[in-house]
Design a protein. Structure first.
Length: 270
């Protein structure tokens, strides 16, 4: 739209139109897109393998509690690497799609707030605690656990620590649509007093329990590792403050924050 003004002589003068910066259609952090692409590539690779090759790949990459019966050192290289690699395997396209959607929703919020390096480290820790929770509750079992659901559960727990701190006014709306680093991080005790947080916790817990018990099922017939989900969620809820970028939500308005500058600083200080 063109602006008009008048000269000193009262003759209208045509001003140059002001170009507004283009807004991206999908504002998804690169780290999230890369992870989802890697999930898809790994799943595609498995589809090209023979049944025997896929089984060998699964044994090498999946998290299997039976590995650790004789101790961690006796579990071989996979006993260490599978704490990470199991996150990149998925049972079928439904499993892959659901995890990708949840990572887009919850992981994006966390990644935007803490930056790439902190987000990846936080995801690793949540995935680690998810695997440990599964190990404790399924000690010695040979059935493998796969998927990034444990880490994503940690993303969800982290997001509810700050999403519900947004003021219910125009300033708060700007925080959600601007830079998530402007939102204060609620202390855990205070967050657990919020009815909205408690409602999400209850719904999430009930959904995982009924899914794990087989009352409802999604995708293939393999059981859902709901204990791993809980392990990742609890880790995210309790530990996210350790990964939050210093200065987030402390006396800065959302419209005073430079997202690009803050992203660079977060990555450098991670």
């Amino acid at each position: 739209m063109e602006d008009h003004s008048e000269t000193d002589q009262g003759i209208p003068k045509l001003n140059k139109p002001v170009d507004e910066p283009a807004q991206p259609m999908f504002n998804v952090p690169t780290s999230i897109l890369v992870l989802i692409v890697v999930f898809g590539l790994v799943h595609g690779l498995r589809s090209l393998l023979s049944a025997g090759q896929d089984l060998a790949f699964l044994i090498e990459m999946a998290f299997i509690p039976a590995r650790y019966v004789d101790g961690l050192l006796a579990s071989g290289v996979s006993g260490f690497t599978s704490f990470v690699t199991y996150n990149f395997l998925h049972g079928d396209l439904t499993h892959l799609g659901i995890n990708s959607i949840w990572m887009l929703a919850m992981g994006s919020a966390v990644a935007k707030r803490v930056g790439t390096l902190r987000f990846l480290l936080f995801s690793f820790v949540c995935g680690l605690f998810a695997a440990l929770a599964h190990l404790v509750t399924h000690w010695g079992e040979i059935v493998p656990v796969i998927g990034a659901s444990g880490a994503i559960s940690g993303h969800m727990a982290a997001a509810i620590r700050f999403i519900f701190s947004v003021p219910s006014d125009r300033h708060g709306a700007g925080m959600l649509h601007g830079n998530l680093r402007a939102i204060p991080l609620k202390p855990l005790a205070q967050a657990l007093q919020d009815g909205r947080v408690l409602a999400i916790l209850l719904i999430w817990l009930m959904t995982n329990v009924v899914s794990g018990l087989g009352i409802i099922s999604v995708g293939d017939e393999n059981p859902i590792a709901w204990e791993a989900h809980i392990g990742g969620f609890v880790a995210g809820l309790l530990l996210f403050s350790l990964f939050d970028f210093p200065g987030n939500g402390k006396g800065r308005r959302y419209d005073e924050i430079d997202p690009v500058e803050d992203e660079d600083q977060a990555d450098l200080r991670a």
